[in-house]
Write a protein that binds this ligand. Structure first.
Ligand SMILES: C[S@@+](CC[C@H](N)C(=O)[O-])C[C@H]1O[C@@H](n2cnc3c(N)ncnc32)[C@H](O)[C@@H]1O
Length: 434
């Protein structure tokens, strides 16, 4: 049976993500197979927590060690961070956190360094007040985001950037999407209550329920039959904003893993044809798995949305969902590794790709048709600036406002992370003239 030490395992995952650039989405599930089932949630908490507060924890470790742990010893540096994280941010009693972290040495096969890890953690316990004070005036140690991202947010949101950064460091809630073909949102909430699972309806997203506590999907009523899916309430706005009608041809241009594809089919079973495209073959497999679980059908195409001539059948679409590849800066609370894996130079490249996909997809839309542009970013260059430039350059495109603040001068709807407990998201709805 898998029973590897959970703290040592967390240190190995963190080393892979921070030092080797592996995404948490791949490193964590693999490691969860190595620890006892009861430790899976703790492993996740330790990895997420250290990634949230990484520069702060690094700073503390640096103050407490004569020289950094490098090379083959690097995973031990992350074991130290795992220890400090528990003392500062969890309810695990400090003495137990230190003892269990020191035991993680076995997993890292470095018994000679047990004394060092033990001494650093005990010194942290003794000196934490002074160390916290020393970290309190440096923005990168307070906000725990990379400087380039702090600067971009400061520029885009002079009055709100601190709240955005703070929300990105919060733990995210678990949201469900209720399959309206099977139950109303209220009916499913009652089914959850019968299992003692407490949930709240969304103020904004009509099919969304927020669980009081994250819950294993195997405990959710008829989850495997597709009665509900896990999806943030902000992401659930896409289907109702696109509002597919019966007998229409719909394109989901960047579809994987298929959450929005499935939602479109759930709210409009009369769609005549839904084409779901994605560039990533592995992720496209997940679209099929999601549709199979719910019992839905779409045509899946492995293709590049910026090069439709390679895959398009020349029939125009009534509506297009363009959920563009983006910086994912609106979902950092769910993927804290984004902070350390993304580079500032990625942002301009992403905005060029978004522009190319937007221009190419516009050619596939019927006159009178609607295109919904979406990102899970909070950066203006990917959102409001992207759409403003597109509207200026595209005479047959006009804005269909989502709310009263959505104007041609400041197009789209920017949801900020934490707003109504949702992820950060951006939507802009465009219409092609007849
Ligand atoms: C934000 S995710 C889509 C999420 C999806 N709509 C959902 O709700 O589950 C963006 C997707 O774009 C895909 N992608 C990136 N570049 C692409 C391109 N040039 N053409 C098509 N898909 C692309 C990525 O593989 C990724 O799956």
């Amino acid at each position: 049976m898998a029973n590897q030490n959970v703290r040592g395992t967390a240190a190995i995952v963190l080393n892979k993500v921070v030092e080797q650039g592996e995404s948490l989405n791949t490193a964590l599930p693999a490691a969860q197979q190595l620890v006892a089932p009861k430790d899976k949630a703790l492993l996740q908490e330790l990895c997420y927590g250290v990634l949230r507060w990484l520069p702060r924890l690094d700073f503390f470790a640096k103050q407490l060690m004569d020289k950094p742990l490098t090379g083959k010893k690097r995973p031990l540096h992350f074991l130290v961070l795992v220890g400090i994280y528990q003392i500062l941010y969890t309810r695990i009693p400090a003495h137990a956190a230190v003892a269990d972290t020191v035991n993680g040495i076995k997993t890292l096969k470095a018994p000679g360094l047990k004394g060092l890890v033990n001494a650093v953690l005990r010194n942290f316990q003794r000196q934490q007040d002074e160390l916290i004070a020393a970290a309190s005036d440096k923005p990168s140690l307070v906000f725990c985001h990379p400087n380039w991202l702090i600067k971009r947010l400061q520029h885009d949101y002079p009055a709100q950037y601190e709240a955005i950064l703070a929300a990105a460091n919060e733990r995210s809630p678990m949201w469900l999407r209720v399959n309206q073909q099977r139950h109303s949102t209220a009916e499913y909430q009652a089914l959850l209550a019968e299992q003692d699972i407490v949930s709240d309806v969304s103020a904004i997203s009509p099919h969304a329920l927020m669980l009081e506590k994250p819950t294993d999907v195997s405990k959710l009523p008829s989850f495997m039959q597709g009665d509900a899916s896990v999806q943030d309430a902000a992401a659930q706005m896409a289907a109702s904003l696109l509002a597919p009608q019966a007998n229409e041809r719909i394109l989901d241009a960047c579809a994987a893993p298929g959450g929005k594809t499935a939602h479109l089919l759930e709210i409009q079973p009369g769609i005549s044809h839904l084409t779901a495209v994605d560039f990533d073959a592995k992720r496209l497999e997940r679209v099929q798995q999601n549709l199979d679980r719910i019992g839905l059908h779409a045509e899946l195409i492995h293709g590049d949305a910026s090069q439709p001539n390679d895959w398009w059948d020349q029939q125009l679409f009534d509506r297009i969902l363009l959920d563009a590849p983006c910086s994912a800066t609106g979902v950092i609370r769910r993927h804290p590794d984004i902070k350390w894996l993304r580079r500032d130079s990625d942002i301009i490249e992403l905005s060029k790709l978004q522009q190319a996909i937007l221009q190419a997809n516009w050619q596939l839309l019927k006159p009178g048709g609607t295109l919904l542009y979406a990102t899970c970013s909070v950066l203006a260059i990917e959102n409001v600036e992207q759409i403003r430039a597109f509207l200026a350059a595209t005479p047959d495109a006009s804005l269909v406002p989502i709310n009263s603040e959505d104007t041609p001068e400041h197009p789209g709807w920017q949801i900020l992370p934490g707003q109504d407990n949702m992820d950060g998201f951006y939507y802009a709805r465009l219409r092609k003239s007849l």
